[in-house]
Design a protein around this ligand. Sequence first.
Ligand SMILES: CC(C)(COP(=O)(O)OP(=O)(O)OC[C@H]1O[C@@H](n2cnc3c(N)ncnc32)[C@H](O)[C@@H]1OP(=O)(O)O)[C@@H](O)C(=O)NCCC(=O)NCCS
Length: 472
Amino acid sequence: MEMTLRSIADLVAGAGIRAARETGNEPEPALTQPADWPIQCTVGPGLEGAIACESRVGYVNGSKGWLVYRGYDIFELCARADYDEVCWLLLHGVLPNRRELAGFRQKIAAYRHVPGTLRLLMGFPVEKMAPMAALRLGTNLMRQEFTFCDIDPDDGENRRNAEEAGTDWVSLDDDSIAMETPPLGGARAVYEFSPVASSPRMPGSDLQSADGLEACYHLIAGIPTMAAAISRIRRGLMPIDPDPQLSLSANFLYMLTGRRPTELETRIMDICFILHADHGMNASTFACLVVASTLSDLYFSIGAGIGALNGPLHGGANEQVLYMLEDARQSVNVSQFVHDKLQKKEKVVGFGHRVYRAYDPRARVLAPLARLLSQNHAEGQSLFATAEQLEVEMVSRLGETKKIFPNVDFYSGIVYRCLGIPTDLFTCVFAASRVAGWTARTLEYLANNRIFRPRALYIGDFGRTYVPVDER
Ligand SMILES: CC(C)(COP(=O)(O)OP(=O)(O)OC[C@H]1O[C@@H](n2cnc3c(N)ncnc32)[C@H](O)[C@@H]1OP(=O)(O)O)[C@@H](O)C(=O)NCCC(=O)NCCS
C-alpha cells in the first residue's frame, strides 16, 4: 500500500472498525459513575482494583480493549485530531476552537524554548547518563525557569527594576553551578545565562506559578525539547532551537534529527503522541498524583512520573522490545525463541497488561502503522516480520488461556525506528507525550486534593529486645 495521508487515515479507521467488531464499546456501570465516598472495592496486591479518585480525563475498559479521552474514542482522535488539540482536550475537557488552538500553539511555541534549563542540564554529563535519568533531572531543573533572567543583565534599568521588585540578583558566569531557590514567594535568585536574542518569551506567557495551567503548558512544551536535546548531546551534536512554526510532534522530530519532517512523518508522530498521551491510573500517573497530593509542585510530580515510567514493566518496555526483536531475528526460529523464554518463565516484553484482557487498542493502530512504514525501510521490514511471527506465537500460546496480547510497546519501537528515532530514546518519547495526561490528571486531582495515604499490613514481629552490636 502506498503511504499517503489518506492511507494512514484509512488504516486508523480500519483498526477502529475491527476493534468495535471484535470487542464492542460499552462503559462498565460500576466504574463510570461518581462514587459516594467512602466506597468498598476489592483490592489486590499493587493496589489492583483500588479506586484512587474520580476523573473525567480518560477511560480504559480493559475487557473490551477500549480507550477514551474526555469522551472521545481513541481511534476517532487518531484519525482526525492532531496532538496539539489532544493536549488542550485533556487539560481543558473540550476540543479547542480556532482562537483557543492558535493561542495555545503560540504559547507552547514560546514555552518549548528552554535555553536556561538546557544550559543547566548541560552542566551534567548528559552523554554518560541514561536518557530517562537526564530527562527526569531536566524536568526538575525546569522549575528554575521561574528564576531565569529574561532580560539583558547589562541593562541597568532592568537590573534596578528587578531589585525594586525585591528580587535578589545572582550573577553566574559560564562555569558556575546553578543554585536551588524556592520557586514561589520570598527572595528569588535571577540567573543570567538566558541568551536574550534567542529566547523570545511572549507577553502573557510568563510562568505564574509552579502548580497551575501555565506550568502544565510549560512541561508539555519543554519536555519534548529536552528529550530531543538529550538525544543530540548523547550523539555528540548540539541541541537545535525549536521552530515556532511547527506543531509539537513535527518540532520534536525536527529538533531530534535536524531535518523538518514531511507531512506524512508529522502525521505518524502525531498519532504516536496521541496514542501515548493518557492511559488511566497507570503506575507513572499514580506516581505524579502521589507527589502532587503533598502539595509539592508540578515539576516534582512529573519528574516522579518519569521515574516510574522508566521501568521495564511500564514505559521502559518499548526499548526492551526492540532489543528482543533484534535477538529474536538472529535466533534459529521465532517459535523456539518464544518457547525457550516461556520455559524459563521469562516475560516476553511488549505482551500482557495489568488492565487489558483484550487486544490493546493502541497496538491495533501501531501494528498496521509499523507495517506501512516498514515497507520503505529494510531494517524495519525485517523487524516487523519477526514481530508478526512473535505475535502469532504468543497469542496462540497465551491469548486464549491468559488473555495476553501485544500491548502499546510491542509495535511502537518499529515505528520509531523507521522514523529515525534512536532506540535509547524510545522511553523518553513515551514521556514526551504522556506528560499531557500526567499534567491533566494532576491538575484535576489537585482541584479536590487529598493526600495519598494507603496502609501496609504489618506482618513482622513484635516484642523483640534490642541487642547491643557486640553481642549480635
Ligand atoms: C504488563 C505486566 C507487568 C502486567 O502484569 P500483571 O497484570 O501483574 O500480570 P502478571 O505479571 O501477574 O502475569 C499474569 C500471568 O501472565 C503471564 N504473563 C504476563 N505477561 C507476560 C508476558 N509478557 N510474557 C509471558 N507471560 C506473561 C505471567 O507469567 C503470569 O502467569 P502465571 O499466572 O502462570 O504466573 C506484564 O504483563 C509484563 O510484565 N509484561 C511485559 C512487560 C511489558 O510489556 N510492559 C509494558 C506494559 S504496557
